[in-house]
Design a protein around this ligand. Sequence first.
Ligand SMILES: Cc1ncc(COP(=O)(O)OP(=O)(O)O)c(N)n1
Ligand SMILES: Cc1nc(C(=O)O)sc1CCOP(=O)(O)O
Ligand SMILES: [Mg+2]
Length: 207
Amino acid sequence: MKLRGLYAITDSQLLAGKFLKYVEAALEGGVTLLQYRDKSDDQARRLREAETLLTLCERYKTRLIINDDAELAARIGAGVHLGQSDGPLTPARALLGRQAIIGSTCHDQLPLAEQAAKEGASYVAFGRFFNSTTKPGAPTASLELLDQARASLHLPICVIGGITLENAAPLVNHGADLLAVVHGLFGADSADEVTRRARAFNALFNS
Ligand SMILES: Cc1ncc(COP(=O)(O)OP(=O)(O)O)c(N)n1
Ligand SMILES: Cc1nc(C(=O)O)sc1CCOP(=O)(O)O
Ligand SMILES: [Mg+2]
């Protein structure tokens, strides 16, 4: 499967009361990867929601990624996204198998991406590129870094952090394969607007 297009990431606070409605609206518009990102400790709810998202993703032929939690990913048969303090990649690959999608946060550091590639990551993520209300304190990354990454890495490059329809085009033009978006997608006022935004993000890859 080609990892290119919109990477939608859920936010439990932003989506409170409209979680499945907005996720399905995004899937309607086209989502390459959907990440379940829930920073709570409510394991029962996390399992329930992840299973529901998996069923939905299967219907739309989208791959589900669990943030932070390789055990939950293994339990339901999803992929995982691991940050620098979420545990090493090699055991996660052993746990999830060769086919699983495993992503790695590399902030603004090419050496982290090179290491992740060696350890079997499926994609690497750089960010944040813009101001982010979801994660305001994340380290910043530049288009120059993206150019260097594109020239030296041979796996899909994901970009994240404050991405909107207004600012995303240069990221794609500088070699991003996946646009990872929370607020710029799910911060919409209606489900129809979420679908419209998802379509418009995908259209950036065809222009
Ligand atoms: C696609 C993608 N890229 C980066 C992150 C950030 O991961 P991490 O640094 O572990 O931070 P948290 O999201 O866990 O707060 C991500 N989740 N997804
Ligand atoms: C979860 C996350 N990680 C980041 C990083 O730079 O590693 S930025 C970020 C938040 C992404 O949400 P939004 O699209 O609303 O800015
Ligand atoms: Mg994490």
